[in-house]
Design a binder for this molecule. Structure first.
Ligand SMILES: CC(C)(COP(=O)(O)OP(=O)(O)OC[C@H]1O[C@@H](n2cnc3c(N)ncnc32)[C@H](O)[C@@H]1OP(=O)(O)O)[C@@H](O)C(=O)NCCC(=O)NCCS
Length: 391
């Protein structure tokens, strides 16, 4: 601890860790984020996840705060994080549309012996502006995002504004109960059915989703007279979630084959369907009820956002697939982030059991705006602020 530079020392810089330094950091972060796995499995996961389509070729960047006077592998790792590049679409109030990228910050960490000395703050103060131009040869970056697990104040004080962070929680359907006619679903008279979605279905659906989101972002910008944007759920981003899921399940359920069902779509012609993409997420051991293991709907699309009995049946049908899959994989609940008023009204018509949770501590969607103005929720509109964008 002696000779540690003060957090405001001019010698402290943002740098990229070496392979050895990344391993050193992961060995420490395992206590925070590797609780569902052995240390070896956690290290294997982190290495695996940096070499998949979303992350390879600069899709992920690792950052450290360190002392510039010391050489790599002999310098202190005073704090660390990573940023994941994701595509975006931005519309201005005049209807102009721009494609770009965002960098989602994750795994912000300071080793226990260096905590409360201002190092993470210093790292983030350097990182915020650096991300505005990071990889600018690829595309403009209108904002960076992060999902705080330490409440609403820390990152807000550093310039990442808090955005809506709620979810609907629905109980899983245990494997033994039958679909649609039990105490969890209410007595549904639904005729609607849903078809499970597998990996091959996603590229085409996600292309259609890009068109939908582009229209929605543009309409929102014109209607609200505010810059409006969405992070795009492209194939690589969705695959990132599913490869992570497959890795975790292979360790937690070594005798079971990986699930092939990762979504569900209702009946109906294109333009009238409701569909979801989901993922099983494990933060801690299966036996730990407080670990936060959950079944997440990564993306929910209501192609024709109208409150009708038909849409309510379609929504119930796709959500039931999620509830059943959650039960199959020992998860207690299904979470759907930041749903629209229409979705809540539709759910109200289904008779299904659900509650809305306003998160105060974890996964607080936070955004640093690089354009004009403050870029808080009163000034810009974040369309589809859903779990798929989490990092
Ligand atoms: C969060 C973390 C990166 C902060 O690192 P740090 O270098 O100690 O941070 P700084 O010295 O810049 O700032 C200290 C302040 O951080 C805030 N902070 C730290 N941990 C916090 C927590 N769990 N909840 C809320 N605020 C927290 C406090 O405001 C603290 O000020 P205090 O000393 O008055 O309590 C570090 O505690 C850590 O690695 N924690 C474990 C991993 C983690 O939770 N990361 C955040 C993921 S979003």
């Amino acid at each position: 601890m002696a000779n540690l530079p003060p957090a405001n020392s001019p010698n402290l810089v943002l740098a990229h860790p070496t392979k050895e330094e990344k391993r050193q950091t992961w060995t420490l972060t395992a206590k925070n984020w590797g609780n569902a796995l052995s240390l070896d499995d956690y290290l294997e996961r982190e290495e695996f996840l940096e070499n998949i389509p979303q992350t390879q070729d600069g899709g992920v960047t690792h950052w450290i705060l360190t002392d510039s006077t010391l050489p790599p592998n002999s310098r202190p790792l005073l704090s660390s994080c990573e940023s994941l590049r994701r595509p975006t679409i931005l519309a201005l109030p005049d209807g102009t549309i721009k494609s770009g990228v965002t960098h989602g910050i994750g795994s912000v960490f300071c080793p226990p012996e260096y905590r409360k000395m201002g190092y993470a703050t210093r790292m983030l103060k350097l990182l915020g502006p650096a991300l505005a131009t990071h990889q600018k040869e690829i595309a403009e970056c209108p904002f960076s995002v992060l999902y705080s697990d330490i409440g609403k104040k820390y990152y807000a004080n550093l310039g990442w504004k808090v955005f809506p962070s709620s979810h609907l929680s629905l109980p899983a359907i245990p494997p033994t109960t039958t679909n649609g006619h039990n105490e969890i679903n209410g007595t549904s008279s639904s005729n609607s059915t849903a078809t499970p979605l597998t990996q091959e279905d996603f590229p085409d659906l996600l292309k259609q989703d890009l068109d939908l989101l582009t229209k929605q972002v543009k309409t929102t910008a014109i209607a609200t007279k505010k810059p409006s944007f969405a992070i795009i759920p492209d194939s690589e981003t969705i695959q990132w979630h599913h490869l992570r899921q497959t890795f975790m399940l292979s360790k937690l359920f070594p005798t079971r084959a990986a699930p092939t069902i990762n979504g569900a779509i209702s009946t109906g012609a294109p333009g009238s369907r409701i569909w979801i993409i989901f993922s099983r997420v494990f933060y801690g051991p299966l036996t730990d009820a407080a670990a936060g293991n959950k079944f997440y709907v990564l993306r929910l699309v209501v192609e024709d956002e109208r409150v009708s009995d038909e849409n309510a049946e379609k929504l119930a049908a796709v959500l039931r697939v999620a509830q059943r899959e959650a039960g199959e994989w020992e998860l207690k609940s299904v979470a759907v982030w930041n749903v629209s008023g229409v979705v809540k009204e539709l759910l109200g018509k289904t008779g299904m059991q659900w509650e809305e949770v306003e998160r105060e501590e974890d996964s607080i969607a936070s955004l640093m705006w690089y354009g004009e103005g403050e870029g808080g929720p009163a000034e810009v509109e974040w369309v589809a602020n859903e779990k798929f964008a989490w990092c």
